[in-house]
Ligand binder design. Structure first.
Ligand SMILES: *Cc1c(COP(=O)(O)O)cnc(C)c1O
Length: 360
């Protein structure tokens, strides 16, 4: 579509063009209802159908087994940093956290308000450029849960394995890699993700929760932060983020056309590999992340010279790429190449990097 740029934003980020176009076509009158999805009662039949369809598509694409609920909540992924300990820590009063970046660190600090939180692993010693191995995790069998963040959006690292925690339930923040790779949901107690990286506009948080983990919240848990409230009312205790849920349904239709999650996994891995290969083969650019820990979603790289990095970013904008400047905590550049970033966008970025490498 004319005028659209390759947007490498870390989030909110690109959505599939076909989903945006469908939303555009239906924006004033959704399928003959005479109104926009934005204007509908969340208790109406027509919205209930949208809700049920989106739930069913999500469950099918993620292979969510029996015994798990899928919740459509608000307050962002960050809201889960509080909701998880409030609901789960009561079991033993203790929990294990792996801190591998910015968001797991915030979650770790937040959880400390509610119990005895143990640092099971940290990658801070090397500025979060690697993911700790299984044998580096210091696990407490008495922990109420083990917490980690699957993909570190800011540092560009991603866990390539699911930790083995024995009987301790695993809680995972998948905000920036959900639906990009196959996940065995049965290995987890809770998976949560803010929608604005790989799923939908900001305002929706998807939670997959093993049902028997709910109902043990601390007594002062706010009503709206209680998983049980939301499970009992099927995410409709209050008004859910209706528009975002509708958009998620459209994005899931597009994902289906890409071969579902297995299809997407191949596509996204090929895109990331292409970019890492160009960076590794260049004279100027390096990626600080250790090879087995590199993220397929957020590719970080730099020249080592701040002025040259700034020149790269400036010229990239002129060439039709946006949001390649790295996070202020890391510097350099970051290309966020979530599901909706077309392969063509990554190919063009690779050409641009090669050209810049030759000319400077
Ligand atoms: C973006 C992001 C968050 C924060 O999400 P909000 O919805 O803004 O609260 C948390 N965790 C990860 C891994 C993220 O990428």
């Amino acid at each position: 579509m004319a005028g659209r740029v390759y947007n490498f934003s870390a989030g909110p980020s690109m959505l599939p063009l076909s989903a945006l176009e469908r939303a555009g076509a239906e924006i004033t009158n959704f399928q003959g209802s005479g109104m926009s999805v934005m204007e509908m009662s969340h208790r109406s039949k027509v919205f209930q159908q949208i809700f049920d369809d989106t739930q069913a598509k999500f469950r099918r694409l993620m292979n969510v087994p029996e015994g798990y609920k899928v919740l459509f909540l608000q307050t962002g992924a960050s809201g889960q940093f509080s909701m998880v300990p409030l609901n789960l820590i009561g079991k033993t009063g203790k929990a294990d956290y792996a801190v591998t970046g910015n968001f797991s660190n915030i979650a770790y600090k937040e959880a400390k308000k509610y119990g005895e939180i143990h640092l099971a692993a940290s990658s801070e010693d090397k500025n979060h450029t690697y993911i700790p191995a299984q044998d580096q995790l210091k696990l407490d069998p008495e922990a109420s849960y083990f917490y980690y963040c699957a993909n570190n959006t800011i540092y560009g690292t991603e866990w390539s394995y699911v930790p083995d925690t024995g009987d301790v339930p695993i809680v995972c923040d998948m905000s920036s890699d959900i639906l990009s790779r196959q996940v065995d949901v049965s290995k987890y107690g809770i998976i949560f993700a803010g929608a604005q990286k790989n799923m939908a506009p900001a305002g929706l948080t998807v939670v997959i929760i093993k049902e028997n983990l709910a109902g043990h919240e601390l007594p002062f848990t706010p009503l709206m932060m209680n998983y049980k409230t939301m499970i009992d009312k099927d995410s409709m205790y209050n008004t859910p983020p209706c528009w975002c849920i509708y958009m998620l349904g459209l994005v899931l239709d597009w994902l289906d056309e890409q071969g579902g999650v297995p299809g997407m996994e191949k596509i996204k891995h090929a895109k990331a590999q292409m970019l890492y290969d160009v960076i590794d083969a260049s004279r100027l650019f390096t990626c600080a992340v250790e090879k087995g820990s590199r993220s397929d979603m957020n590719v970080t790289f730099r020249t080592g010279d701040e002025e040259l990095d700034a020149k790269f970013v400036k010229e990239s904008v002129a060439a039709g790429f946006t949001n390649l400047k790295g996070h202020r905590a890391v510097g350099g550049m970051r290309a966020s190449i979530y599901n909706a970033m077309p392969t063509e966008g990554v190919e063009k970025l690779c050409d641009f990097i090669r050209k810049f490498d030759k000319e400077n």
